[in-house]
Design a protein around this ligand. Structure first.
Ligand SMILES: Nc1ncnc2c1ncn2[C@@H]1O[C@H](COP(=O)(O)OP(=O)(O)OP(=O)(O)O)[C@@H](O)[C@H]1O
Ligand SMILES: [Mg+2]
Length: 250
């Protein structure tokens, strides 16, 4: 990925297409897979999840991605994060971007909470020394102090999302990508997350939010994109796009 030219533009994605290949028959084991592969008998169908999506996000804006289950929202977010390559199209980003995606993504489940904080920090480009300074703040925010020496495989889903959120917000990203993660913590933690997000927003962080909570999209985002069958049905002012989606869902 290269830097964008326009100073104000944080994300510039053009004509993003994503095609997944799905096996059309059940394959029960690896041996069967290789036999079929060698014999050229693997049957696939191609499945176009994104069919030419354009989006731009400027500094000071935040974007919501909405649409029904399977519309391609998470796929688009993973492409923007650089986790998967689109089949075609280009993504250009500027600034430091932190993906807060599926629970546990980027975590080593056999390592302890403490080890994972340093591991995640390293992935985000922080030195051990920098992370040592941040460590106490992250642990305090997560309220998981008692569990820092516990391997993540013994964490609950809510605990994993707390840890992920606490690390992500402490690094003050320019762009924070959020996929359905905010609904997981318990009510007091959700409240704390909401306050933290407001703080980041006031500090100029741009959010790209995938959520089925229309209230959340309205609160966090200035603009929204409504995806359906791999295409953008509507885009623009968040409130107007959410209203359009709500109308289609009733
Ligand atoms: N790695 C993959 N291989 C094959 N198909 C995939 C893969 N990832 C996603 N898909 C398919 O792409 C489509 C879009 O998935 P995606 O997860 O982007 O939807 P979504 O809009 O995030 O849905 P939801 O609201 O349920 O989270 C789905 O039909 C899914 O089965
Ligand atoms: Mg999704």
């Amino acid at each position: 990925m290269t830097d964008v030219i326009d100073e104000e533009l944080l994300i510039d994605a053009k004509n993003i297409c994503m095609r997944f290949r799905l096996p059309t028959e059940r394959i029960d084991n690896v041996k069967e897979f290789f036999i079929k592969l060698v014999k050229g008998r693997l049957k696939y169908t191609d499945f176009d999840v994104l069919k030419g999506v354009d989006l731009q996000v400027k500094k000071g804006e935040s974007l919501g991605l909405i649409g029904r289950n399977g519309a391609g929202k998470s796929t688009l977010l993973r492409i923007l994060a650089g986790i998967i390559e689109p089949t075609s199209g280009t993504v250009v980003t500027r600034g430091n971007m932190v993906p807060l995606l599926k629970l546990g993504a980027g975590f080593d489940m056999d390592a302890t909470g403490k080890e994972n904080i340093f591991l995640n920090g390293a992935m985000l480009g922080y030195t051990r020394k920098e992370m040592l300074k941040k460590y106490d703040g992250i642990v305090e925010f997560s309220e998981l102090g008692k569990f820092m020496e516990t391997p993540l495989k013994n964490y609950s889903q809510g605990m994993l999302s707390r840890l992920g959120f606490s690390i992500a917000v402490d690094v003050h990203p320019d762009i924070l990508l959020i996929d359905e993660i905010l609904a997981v913590g318990d009510a007091p933690f959700q409240k704390k997350c909401a306050q933290k997000l407001d703080e980041l927003k006031a500090g100029g962080t741009t959010f790209i939010v995938v959520s089925h909570s229309n209230a959340q999209i309205r609160r966090l985002c200035t603009k929204a994109i409504y995806l359906k069958d791999g295409l953008i049905v509507d885009s623009g002012d968040a409130d107007a796009v959410v209203r359009h989606y709500e109308k289609d869902c009733t």
